[in-house]
Design a protein around this ligand. Structure first.
Ligand SMILES: Nc1ncnc2c1ncn2[C@@H]1O[C@H](COP(=O)(O)OP(=O)(O)OP(=O)(O)O)[C@@H](O)[C@H]1O
Length: 363
């Protein structure tokens, strides 16, 4: 397994790119540590496949380098990079048995049959497909086919990295959660460097120790699932992660204090870069307290959605919509309420970027 370093990467599909807008990847500097479980998360078109294809060697970047264990592989073709890939759709041989499908990448590399037997048994056990080894792949259900495809990606112990590209696309929704947690468990047992590409936050947050969030050809934040939830570095991350996402409200900053439509809102701590002027307040719905007559900002409830474990209250304060997530009793549509933001979780954003610090210093 390897540490993978992307240094000053830029990529444009145009022959003569001029401005940033001409680049599918604007500037990427990233290090994926040996043995880490990473997710590459972002909406359609943000550049995930472009980045994956550059790592696998299908695409040569317009600028920059790719290093595996500090060795420059930028000009090496895919076959020389020693990478395993699991795609959206199962890549297996229908006419072969499950055993032979799993054995294929090893036999292809000339490994002896004792090694093949040992590895196939180990991977089949991890994937819980040991009872299917003699079955012809054509007879498998789509989710079992994809499991075997994953097994083929994990079977070799000598690959630099295993990359998963939206691997749960073909899986029935009710089986997705099972495979999602299975993959996490597999990483813990196999300890390979793994990169999991997805636009689905649940998949990314379940699988990865570190999530790389991309937007419009750039990395906006790298962090643990908790960091992305608690301290989004950019309002995009605040919106993209969470359900519903972070409330982002316009504000004025005067002498380090933030005012939403004239009402002072207490921030987590000192303002960093913003200075005076217009900015945005960010607070997640989980940290908005709703009461009939407590402290906070006056609002009117527009609707309440009961989504099982909790309720989502959508209220209007001044001209802005603010969501709150409540565990217990909730008000009704039309009620007048007070919204109180938990101070330690109320952040300031300037031009989209985090511009407040927690009380007691930077984190
Ligand atoms: N072969 C290509 N030629 C020209 N432009 C391309 C090509 N492939 C991708 N692009 C553009 O590059 C940008 C990034 O696309 P990319 O496919 O890497 O994003 P993505 O995050 O993987 O999206 P998706 O999840 O939809 O595959 C998009 O604007 C896309 O239109």
């Amino acid at each position: 397994m390897a540490q993978i370093k992307l240094s000053n990467l830029r990529h444009s599909y145009q022959p003569n790119p001029v401005s940033d807008a001409d680049y599918a990847l604007k500037k990427i500097d990233l290090t994926w540590d040996d043995g880490g479980a990473y997710a590459l998360l972002g909406p359609s078109g943000c550049g995930k496949s472009t980045l994956l294809n550059i790592i696998s060697g299908l695409l040569v970047p317009s600028e920059g380098k790719i290093l595996f264990n500090n060795q420059d592989v930028t000009s090496l073709p895919p076959a020389k990079r020693n990478i395993a890939q699991v795609f959206q759709f199962p890549v297996i041989y229908d006419t072969m048995t499950v055993y032979d499908n799993l054995a294929f990448p090893l036999r292809n590399r000339g490994r002896d049959e004792d090694t093949v037997k040992r590895r196939v048994a180990a991977i089949a056990e991890m994937l819980e497909v040991s009872d299917m080894l003699k079955v012809r792949a054509a007879n498998l259900s789509p989710d079992n086919k994809q499991k075997i495809s994953m097994g083929r990606g994990l079977i070799r112990e000598d690959v630099n990295v295993v990359m998963f590209d939206e691997p749960l696309t073909v899986i029935d929704p009710h089986l997705k959660w099972k495979l999602r947690s299975k993959l996490k468990e597999l990483h813990q047992r196999v300890k390979a460097t793994m990169i999991y590409v997805t636009h689905d936050q649940t998949e990314a947050l379940t699988f990865a120790d570190q999530v790389v969030v991309m937007q419009d050809g750039e990395v906006v934040q790298i962090g643990t699932p908790v960091e992305l939830f608690e301290r989004p570095a950019h309002t995009f991350v605040g919106h993209f992660i969470g359900s519903p996402g972070m409330n982002v409200l316009p504000c004025d900053v005067q002498n380090g204090a933030a005012f939403f439509r004239g009402e002072k809102v207490a921030l987590e701590g000192p303002v960093t870069a913003a200075g005076d002027g217009s900015a945005e307040i960010g607070v997640r719905p989980e940290f908005v307290k709703v009461s009939a007559d407590g402290a906070g900002i006056a609002a009117k409830v527009r609707k309440v959605a009961d989504i099982g474990r909790h309720k989502v209250v959508e209220a209007i304060a001044h001209d802005m919509r603010i969501n709150a997530i409540l565990e217990g009793e909730a008000p009704n549509a039309g009620d007048d309420v007070m919204l109180d933001f938990k101070q330690s979780q109320t952040r300031l954003y300037k031009d989209g970027w985090l511009a407040s610090q927690p009380e007691g210093g930077a984190r």
